[in-house]
Structure formats: structure tokens, C-alpha cells
Design a protein around this ligand. Structure first.
Ligand code: HEM
Length: 264
């Protein structure tokens, strides 16, 4: 299973153009959902107004070279390792899910557009990347959803309580899980189960990409933007209109390092 391109096997019954068309529609749904969300939630207007305010409060001009270095550092440190989640399980789970999803999506696009035509065979590395990506997404995502979600970990809600905020993580997990199950049953020759999971895989993708407007999907675009803005605001001294750090020893008692609230 791990070395078989599931889209090539599918292309024996469904035309490659239809599979590619589906991927393009999903891409269009991401753009449409994100743009409508930006207009409706006015988060981009807020972002640019905030950047303008910060510019007025700037204590010094940051040159183009310094800006480039700050942006590169933010990409390598803050974004690529989701540093805002601090050290610990939450960050490991997120990094695993994030890179898993990126591998899963990149390998999907490569295999769908490069290796579904008759007579083409994907190098085995691509199906491997696709399956490993899906497995990483499942490990990181289920770990987060079952054990690390704030409402489960700290608010004592049962793991099976589902709210609108779970739409993104659950749709992502449904895509990875049903994708793996589809590939497994298709490659093992179980035609009925193969088609069942194919339909579930298609449905999960429609929910994930069609639900961008209602879900947390677009945080993967907003979060990097906000991290860059925050680091630029620190460099030019505007600090997002926050006061400078006090020049005094940090004595907060146990404070946020106290035990997690989970005695119910
Ligand atoms: C392919 C890219 C990404 C994927 C698939 C992804 C996936 C996820 C998922 C599934 C969640 C849980 C959502 C929930 O609260 O229900 C999440 C939360 C979060 N993500 Fe991402 N993410 C991506 C990129 C990023 C980036 C680039 C950043 C920051 C620079 C980021 C920062 C966060 C933060 C701070 C949370 C909240 C985590 C928590 O509550 O423990 N994510 N992400």
C-alpha cells in the first residue's frame, strides 16, 4: 500500500482530468472561503490599521535589510516550528500534524497532476510521502483532539463533545484517515470498501475545503502574517502599543507555571 499511488489506480476508472478538476475546485474553495472570511471578519482591515498605528508609534526606522532578516528569522523560528505554542506536547503534536499535512497535500498534487496519465508511474517516494504525511497528520491531530484540546484537558469536557471550532481539525483528520483507509482497501483488492472510503475521502475533502469560511483553516495564513508583524513591531519599538518590559526581576510566584487546572 505504502508504495502504490492511489490516484493512479483510481485513474483506471475515473478520468485523470476529473481527478485534477476536483483538486482545482478544492484550491478555488480555499481562495473563496479565505477571501469571504477576510471581508466578513474584517481581520485584514484590522491587521493593516494596526500596522499603520504601529508605524506612527515606531521609535526607529527598520531598513529593508533588517526587515528581510527579521522576516527570515520569523519564518525559520516562529512559523516553521510553531514557537508560539512553547515547549511541550502541544507544539510537538502541532508540528507533526502541520508537516504531515504539508507532505500529504504536496504529494497529492504531484501524483494527481504528474502521475495519473496512462503509461506514467510515480517514483515510489511520492506514495511513501503521501502515506507518511497522512499518518503524521493522524498522530498529531488525534493526539491534539483527544488529549490536548483546552476544553478536554483543562475544562473537563468529554473527548467526544464536538463544537463548531472542531470543524477544521476533525475534517483534516477525516481526510487523512479515510484517505489511508481508501488506499489500504483499494490496494488490497477490497473493491466495495475501497469505494466506500473513496466516497468518504471525497466528502471529507469537500467539508474541509468547502468549510474554510466557518473553520480555523485560514489560521495557516493569518498566523504567519501576525508573527511577522509582531517581530517587526518589536524591532521598530512600537511593540503593538504595549508598554516596554519592566527593568525589574521577574517575581511572579508560581504564576502560570502552577499545576494545570484539571481536578474535577
Ligand atoms: C499546513 C499548515 C497547518 C496545519 C495543517 C495546522 C493545523 C492545525 C490544527 C489541526 C490545529 C487545531 C485546531 C483547533 O484548535 O481545533 C491548529 C491549531 C493551531 N495552529 Fe496550526 N496548522 C498549520 C499551520 C500553522 C502555522 C503556520 C501556525 C503559526 C505560525 C499555526 C499555529 C497554530 C496555533 C497557535 C494553534 C492553536 C493550538 C492550540 O490550541 O493548542 N498553525 N493548527
Amino acid at each position: 500500500m505504502m508504495t502504490i499511488n492511489p490516484f493512479a489506480s483510481l485513474a483506471e476508472t475515473i478520468s485523470p482530468a476529473a481527478i485534477q478538476g476536483f483538486v482545482l475546485v478544492m484550491l478555488a474553495l480555499i481562495v473563496i472561503g479565505t477571501v469571504i472570511q477576510m471581508i466578513h471578519h474584517k481581520n485584514v482591515t484590522y491587521f493593516f490599521n494596526n500596522a499603520k498605528k504601529a508605524k506612527l508609534a515606531a521609535e526607529r526606522e527598520v531598513g529593508a535589510g533588517e526587515k528581510t532578516v527579521i522576516i527570515l528569522k520569523t519564518v525559520v523560528h516562529d512559523i516553521a516550528t510553531t514557537s508560539e505554542l512553547g515547549a511541550g506536547k502541544r507544539r510537538i503534536a502541532h508540528v507533526m500534524g502541520m508537516y504531515g499535512t504539508i507532505l500529504f497535500w504536496v504529494a497529492s498534487v504531484v501524483m494527481v497532476f504528474g502521475y495519473t496519465a496512462a503509461g506514467t508511474t510515480a517514483p515510489t517516494v511520492w506514495p511513501m510521502i503521501w502515506h507518511v504525511g497522512a499518518i503524521m497528520t493522524c498522530v498529531g491531530g488525534y493526539w491534539f483532539w483527544l488529549f490536548l484540546r483546552v476544553d478536554v484537558l483543562a475544562e473537563a469536557h468529554p473527548w467526544y463533545r464536538i463544537i463548531k471550532a472542531d470543524l477544521f481539525v476533525l475534517a483534516l483528520l477525516a481526510c487523512a484517515t479515510t484517505g489511508l483507509a481508501w488506499s489500504f482497501f483499494q490496494s488490497s483488492g477490497s473493491t466495495g470498501l475501497g469505494y466506500l472510503f473513496l466516497i468518504l475521502f471525497i466528502t471529507s475533502n469537500i467539508v474541509l475545503f468547502g468549510g474554510v469560511y466557518w473553520s480555523k483553516f485560514a489560521h495557516m495564513i493569518y498566523k504567519p502574517g501576525a508573527a511577522i508583524q509582531k517581530n517587526l513591531a518589536e524591532a521598530d519599538g512600537s511593540r503593538d502599543n504595549l508598554p516596554p518590559l519592566a527593568d525589574a526581576p521577574k517575581q511572579f510566584g508560581l504564576g502560570i507555571k502552577r499545576e494545570q487546572p484539571k481536578h474535577y
